[in-house]
Structures are given as C-alpha cells and as structure tokens.
Design a protein around this ligand. Structure first.
Ligand SMILES: Cc1ncc(COP(=O)(O)O)c(C=O)c1O
Length: 343
C-alpha cells in the first residue's frame, strides 16, 4: 500500500484531473453498479453529503435506526449542518427496524410536519449483516412513500464477503451508498460515496462547501485501490479470527463474561457483562489495556472499547494476524479467570 502511494500518479482533483482518484471512483462505481462515485475524506462526510443531497428542501426529515452511526456518532450532523431532523426507530436484534413503525412515522401533514424524504440503513450494523429480505420490504415501503434510500455501508465489504452476496446486489435498491476504505480495509483515510451521475455532481459541490475538496490526493486514493483489490478478499480472515476469540471467551463458561454468538457475523465481538458481579465493561477494558511484562500471560494489550456498562467491543482488522489473535486469547482467558473466580 505504501509503495502504491509512493508511485501514484497525481493531478488536481478539484479540477477532476487526478488520474488515481478518477480510477478509484470509476472502480467503486462499477463494483457497486452505480453510475458515478466521489472520493471523500471520511464515512461521516459521505453520509452527511448524502443527507444534504437527498433532503435538499428545508424542513426535511430522514428515518434511521436508533443504533445507527449517523444518529449516535456523527454529532447529529444531519441536524447541525444539513438542517434535517432525524426520526429514530428502535432497532431489532438483527439490525433491522419495524417497517410498520416506519410507515406510521411518515409525515402527511405538509403544513405542520417536516417533509419525509429519506431512509438511512447501516450494513453491517454493529458487525451484523442486515437481512436482504428486509431490505426488499423496506424498498417497497420507501417507493410507496417516495422516500430515497441511503446506505451507510462503512463496512459493506464485510457484509458482502460474509454473506457471499456481491456488494452490487447488496446495494442495488439504494439511491446512494457510502463505504469506507479506512478501518477494516486498512487504508489510512478515505471513503467513497456512490450514486447516480446527477447525485454525484451535486455531492461534489457539497463536498466543497464542507471543506472536503482535495488536490493531489492520488497518493491516498492509491491506498484505497489497494484496499479494494487486496484487503477485501482477506476480510474473511478477520471474521474467522473474530469467531476464534468469541469461542475462546465462551469456552470459559463464565457467568460474568459471555458473547452472544449470533452477533459474531463479521469482524466484531461484543462481550456482555453481568454487572451484578460488580464488574463493568470499563473495568474489563482497563484491565485488558494493562500489561505486566514479567508475566508471560499478561504481556499483551487487547485494545477494546467499553460501549456501555455491560458491553465491551473488540474489533479485528487487517493488521491483526493469527499470532496476535493467539496472544489476545491468552490475555483474555487470563484476565477473565482473574476477574471471575468461578472460572
Ligand atoms: C457504521 C459507520 N458509519 C460511518 C462511520 C464514519 O466513518 P469515519 O470515521 O470515516 O467518519 C463509521 C466509523 O466508524 C461507522 O462505523
């Protein structure tokens, strides 16, 4: 990837003259079966531009799951920057939301209410793959009510390799899609927003007002091309490693620390904690981040995040190989045995 970055041919992307950026955009659009694509700095920017584009009338509203990244982790950019209200729907265990609830939330009173414009879906959502059958039902509802559909596919490629459904098929009914080249795909930065020709022409203008226009960025687009060509086929390895870690935790039969195996579908592991034990996810996280160089079971830092008091997240990515996974399993077992005297 570094070599590709070093050798990348560049030009001024503001004038659409960077050949490497153009190659990446063309490749992304072709892979997703969309007319065009735009290289953006982040998933957050791609999602925000999509909201701005689809909700281009003041007073617009978009619908999303209450666990969605757009709602929880993007500073409410839809409201803050785009002036769009987000209407949240409770997420089901499989990442979907109730379509009857969606239909009953759709506005009809044009004088008093916001204007219903857009549905936002995330796939994968917290590592889970959203069922295609539900996406088909959602598409029918969206069509019926004249709503556009945007996919936050930050981890679309994980969903694709795990479900063995091509990315093109996964996104076929969406008007626009964002996917990330960073994170699991290993590029240092960048996401791609895909959609129709006119959608992307508008997106290019909006990227500029957000300060996201870039110049000789072929150097980073080159990393994105390597990510798509070389990392995507390797994602199954991350999934296999995530399963190995989850199984190792559950093999301990701890009553305090458990993984719901149904949620381990791609590269994420969520450890549920029984907090009646007095141990919270923060306690576990801090302990996993601590090392004792003189104890061979305790030399590894297992980087993770306590999402809530009861939930700890571990994510696999490109740079974590089998020997690191073995070291992480060793540390996890050691720490869990320390914290749970019943194990
Ligand atoms: C589902 C999802 N969407 C969007 C984003 C935003 O991506 P970025 O960090 O590139 O802004 C993330 C980041 O982790 C994410 O997990």
């Amino acid at each position: 990837m570094r070599k590709a970055m070093f050798e990348a041919e560049v030009g001024d992307d503001v004038f659409e003259e960077d050949p490497t950026v153009k190659e990446l955009e063309k490749k992304a659009a072709a892979l997703l079966g969309k007319e065009d694509a735009l290289f953006v700095s982040s998933g957050t920017m791609g999602n925000l531009i999509a909201v701005m584009n689809h909700c281009n009338i003041r007073g617009s509203e978009a619908y999303c799951g209450e666990e969605s990244h757009v709602f929880l982790h993007e500073q409410g950019g839809a409201a803050q920057v785009a002036g769009v209200t987000l209407c949240m729907l409770p997420n089901n265990e499989d990442g979907t939301f109730d379509l009857k609830k969606l239909e009953s939330a759709i506005r009809t009173d044009r004088i008093h209410e916001p204007i219903s414009k857009l549905v936002l879906v995330e796939n994968t959502i917290s590592g889970r793959i959203v069922p295609q059958s539900w996406i088909e039902e959602l598409t029918a509802v969206a069509k019926k009510h004249d709503l556009k559909m945007h996919l936050d596919g930050a981890r679309l490629w994980n969903a694709s390799v795990a479900s063995k459904i091509s990315a093109k098929d996964l996104v076929a009914s969406f008007d626009s899609v964002t996917f990330c080249l960073s994170k699991g795909l290993g590029a240092p930065v960048g996401s791609v927003l895909c959609g129709s020709k006119s959608f992307i022409a508008d997106a290019r203008r909006r990227r500029k007002v957000l300060g996201g226009a870039m110049r000789q960025v072929g150097v980073i687009a080159a990393a994105g091309l390597v990510a798509l060509e070389e990392t995507v086929p390797q994602l199954l390895e991350d999934h296999r490693r995530a399963l190995a870690i989850a199984r190792a935790i559950n093999q301990l039969n701890s009553k305090i620390f458990q993984v719901n195996m149904k949620t381990v579908q791609t590269n994420m592991i969520f450890v549920n904690l029984n907090t009646e034990s007095g141990i919270s996810a923060v306690t576990l996280m801090k302990r996993l981040h601590q090392v004792d160089d003189f104890d061979e079971n305790d030399r590894t830092i297992v980087r993770c995040i306590a999402l809530t008091e009861k939930l700890l997240r571990i994510v696999l990515h490109y740079d974590i190989d089998d020997s690191m996974v073995n070291a992480a399993i060793c540390k996890l077992k050691y720490v869990i045995k320390q914290l749970d005297p019943q194990v």
